[in-house]
Design a protein around this ligand. Structure first.
Ligand code: ATP
Ligand code: MG
Length: 586
């Protein structure tokens, strides 16, 4: 992804994770990692050449939903570090929960990460590929006295676990012989016992101040079909047990996760050390590092709430352009470069904080300003008639495709007697500081002539139906002496005879308050009723053949994208990604 990353280039700012990596590289902590070709389950990596990757990180989603803007931070962070340190970043599906996971989610996650511009090369893994190893590792732990089969009910287990202030109590099965636990574990696997009737628990310390160390469950019975291993297993590893093993088998060096896993780190380390002692894993072992998750105002980033918005049809589906999913962002016209810029700009830290949505929007504007060609669209059209311009006559005006990139050239926009202009560009009685069309005022038709406003026609209700003007023939843009007549107003326009009428969706923020559902409030009450307005706009002819996903700046309006699903060349439909300026600052 080196090519694409250049676009978002900002000088690399150090952070606590980079400091840890710098320290590890300086001390050679991970230099001795063996390399057995493709990383993966292997009993020993001794006597193999060193891993060519200086560091290994991973992005480990559970395939149980669509990725959102928070995941984008994690993706950019993990792949970005691997890139900057000549390492590798693994794409890993943490699929240990058969009931909730689906191939559809796997596919959408793959597409989203690729869309963000990242490449895992050969490093794509599934936790389910390690189920054999995980099962053997649990057998080992039982045999070594580090785990046991517990037959207490869920209720009893909960009671005996204790609380934050009270220690837990050992259950009746804690000291049963290893042979008995091994036999039961075999029966669990064989489908002899019912879901929930028993679990395998690590044997650590029921009195530990850290509840995660009070004999956490590591294996449970689930008679469910898995999206990849089908019906091979009816016992599944718990996330807290599976994740460290996945990291170790793949020889991850820095396992970066969000802060809520901080209390799990002692178990992460305990487990890997026990397995290394038993010769099942090689040192050096991976190191877990926690960072503060992304909290963004005006959206929700909880999978549960996103699912609710989709299921209850508050939005049109996972890729609704208003949703903070990556499939939604793509349809909205947000860019991968914008997300990478955003991740660099907000940085990483250990302290929880909120990022204002405008920071993300600014990053999108910044990238789109650079990347998007300019076009003209009239969103709220009213006719402007140039009374002294012959009907049937037509001439070419030349509009630059990008004001900062003259090499992108100019395109022709045809001028005729009747034009579409914005309704708000004319008033009969101008307020102070209004420099656009009002009777007697001169205004430049951008890339065309200066016109003098003469007045307007109205219907019986008093609505303006057409504005009249006359043009000053010696003032055409780009001709000598064009700016002899000074004007303060400059408006955009599209020839009525050439315009392409098209559907445009004006998207805005999905929620109208910065913290939807704050306190005990139902977050649905904070939905913004004006988050989508559908209009028919008049577009300049060059926009007629836009291809899905083509992005443009509509001059004076904002950045727009031809919709990925609904737009076709000939019949374009545009989505507004972001306005030119922030209208949400009070
Ligand atoms: P859940 O575990 O509740 O299903 P999740 O949002 O944690 O939801 P995962 O699929 O486990 O989803 O997340 C994959 C990775 O993305 C994890 O490493 C997780 O820490 C990270 N991640 C998730 N949400 C955020 C966020 N808001 N900011 C930064 N990273 C996040
Ligand atoms: Mg998670």
């Amino acid at each position: 992804m080196s090519e694409k990353r250049k676009g978002a280039a900002a000088p690399v700012v150090s952070n606590f994770i980079r400091n840890i990596i710098d320290g590890d590289l300086a001390s050679g902590k991970f230099a001795a990692r063996g390399w057995g070709g493709k990383p993966g389950p292997a009993k020993s990596h001794a006597n193999t050449p060193p891993d060519p990757a200086k560091i290994r990180t991973r992005f480990p989603p559970e395939p149980n939903g669509y990725l959102h803007f928070g995941h984008a931070k994690s993706i950019c962070l993990n792949f970005g570090l691997a890139h900057d340190y000549a390492g590798a970043c693994h794409m890993r599906f943490d699929d240990t929960n058969p009931e909730k996971e689906e191939q559809e989610y796997v596919d959408s996650i793959i597409q989203a990460v690729q869309w963000l511009g990242f490449d895992w090369r050969e490093n794509i893994y599934f936790a389910s590929d390690y189920f054999d190893f995980m099962y053997e590792a649990a057998q080992y732990l039982i045999a070594a006295g580090h785990a046991y089969v517990d037959q207490q009910s869920a209720e009893e287990m909960r009671k005996n676990r204790g609380t934050l202030t009270e220690p837990g109590k050992p259950g009746p099965w804690r000291d049963r012989p290893a042979a008995e636990s091994l036999k039961l574990f075999g029966e669990m696997r064989g489908g002899v016992h019912a879901d929930g009737s028993m679990v395998v628990r690590a044997k650590i310390d029921m009195a530990s101040p850290n509840i995660n160390l009070r004999d956490p469950a590591i294996y449970r019975i689930r008679k469910a079909t898995h999206h990849r291993t089908r019906d091979k297993w009816c016992v599944y590893p718990m996330y807290a047990y599976a994740h460290p093993i996945e990291d170790a088998l793949e020889r991850i060096t820095h396992s970066i996760c969000t802060l809520e896993f901080e209390d799990q780190r002692p178990f992460y380390d305990w487990l890997l050390l026990r397995l290394a002692e038993g010769g099942l894993l090689d040192k050096p072992l991976p190191q877990q590092i926690e960072f503060a998750r992304l909290n963004l105002t005006y959206v929700v980033l909880s999978k549960r709430k996103l699912i609710q918005l989709v299921n209850e049809k508050h939005v049109d589906g996972w890729d609704d352009p208003r949703l903070p999913t990556l499939v939604g962002a793509r349809r909205r016209g947000y860019t991968a470069e914008g997300f990478r810029l955003f991740t660099e700009r907000i940085g990483v830290s250990k302290a929880d904080s909120w990022i204002d949505f405008s920071v993300l929007e600014d990053c999108m504007r910044e990238n789109l300003n650079e990347a998007a060609p300019r076009r003209i669209a009239v969103l709220d059209p009213v006719k402007l008639i140039i009374d002294n311009y012959p009907a049937g006559q037509q001439e070419d005006c030349h509009a630059p495709n990008h004001p900062q990139k003259p090499d992108l050239g100019k395109r022709v926009v045809p001028l005729t007697r009747e034009l579409w202009i914005e309704r708000e560009d004319f008033v009969e009685t101008p307020p102070k500081g209004y420099f656009r069309l009002f009777p007697g005022n001169n205004v430049r038709l951008r890339y065309g002539y200066v016109v003098k406003c003469l007045g307007c026609d109205r219907d019986t209700q008093g609505n303006v139906t057409a504005v009249h003007c006359e043009y000053l023939p010696d003032t055409k843009s780009g001709t000598p002496g064009a700016d002899q007549v000074k004007v303060k107003g400059n408006i955009h326009w599209v020839s009525v005879a050439h315009a392409c009428a098209a559907e445009v969706r004006l998207y805005d923020r999905l929620f109208r308050t910065p913290h939807p559902g704050a306190g005990e409030r139902d977050f649905l009450l904070d939905l913004n009723p004006d988050s989508r307005k559908i209009i028919t706009a008049q577009l300049e002819p060059a926009l007629r053949d836009a291809k899905p996903q083509d992005r443009f700046q509509f001059e004076r309006h904002g950045y727009f994208v031809a919709d990925l699903r609904d737009s076709t060349p000939g019949v374009p439909k545009f989505n507004r990604a972001v306005t030119l300026r922030d209208s949400w600052q009070k």
